[in-house]
Design a protein around this ligand. Structure first.
Ligand SMILES: Cc1cc2nc3c(=O)[nH]c(=O)nc-3n(C[C@H](O)[C@H](O)[C@H](O)COP(=O)(O)O)c2cc1C
Length: 246
């Protein structure tokens, strides 16, 4: 079984590739989060994989919530694959203290966090996806063999990023006030449907964000008419669409 969480499609694509290569079944965590439940796993479950994006060098809060309630049979092999723009700090080691893991991998994919960074240049984005495509069969093989592996790009100052920057980011940066919707909005509701944490509701045809927002940017990148921006700087950075790089 593979459970994935994804805002802008990178982790969904990685999880889908792994499901194809391992023959394991794929489940979207967001469906369970929306219903406020976690699935009961059969006692003979052979392996459980979780795939998600790294957010500020740690695991997105809804993923932590889901995993804290997931009862995994003791005999099952447990692994995590996280996607990241660059590096993951101690994010996966910290996760493994709450959700023990037999193996973990990080996979670089195009960066999506436009409030603070630019999107990757198209050549870099294409290269990251191509490299991931080459790397994923090796991950799948290790999973099928139930190997104990730890192949994670922590980057520089990993402890500081995960244990100091992450809480500051969560407390001071993840706010909804700076989201803007311009007159291009066609009230299609795509932002509301795309939001993996149900943080958007249409009011008079316009999206309104609530405090469940995790800044995943699914709304901004998924808007079909590019009507959503965050603060002053994101409009000129453009939107990210994985399909452009596959
Ligand atoms: C709120 C937020 C925080 C992020 N923080 C990091 C980070 O700490 N390190 C990193 O390498 N990439 C970071 N990224 C980039 C994403 O992890 C990366 O683009 C990921 O593949 C997106 O996956 P998704 O399309 O499945 O949502 C961040 C993205 C967002 C939206």
């Amino acid at each position: 079984m593979i459970f994935y969480f994804s805002a802008t499609g990178n982790s969904r694509w990685v999880a889908g590739q792994l499901a194809e290569l391992t023959g394991d079944e794929l489940f979207n965590m967001a469906d369970f989060l929306r219903e406020g439940r976690v699935p009961a796993l059969p006692a003979d479950t052979a392996r459980v994989g979780v795939v998600f994006p790294i957010h500020s060098w740690y695991v997105p809060a809804p993923v932590l919530r889901f995993l804290s309630q997931l009862a995994v049979p003791a005999s099952a092999y447990r692994y995590a694959v996280c996607t990241c723009g660059d590096d993951v700090g101690r994010g996966l080691s910290r996760l493994s203290r709450h959700f023990p893991l037999d193996a973990a991998w990080s996979v670089q994919m195009p960066n999506t966090y436009v409030p603070m960074f630019d999107l990757d240049a198209p050549e870099l984005a294409r290269q990251k996806v191509a490299d991931a495509r080459t790397f994923l069969p090796a991950i799948a093989e290790a999973v099928v063999r139930k190997e104990h592996a730890w192949c994670v790009h922590e980057g520089g100052f990993p402890r500081c990023k995960t244990y100091v920057v992450y809480p500051l980011f969560k407390h001071f940066c993840v706010k909804t006030k700076a989201f803007r919707v311009d007159n291009a909005c066609i009230s299609c509701g795509r932002c509301e449907q795309n939001c993996p944490v149900s943080a958007i509701r249409l009011v008079d045809g316009r999206p309104v964000w609530n405090k469940a927002c995790i800044h995943c940017m699914a709304c901004l990148h998924g808007c079909p008419v590019n009507a959503i921006s965050y603060g002053a700087g994101t409009r000129k950075k453009g939107q990210y669409r994985l399909e452009d790089y596959l």
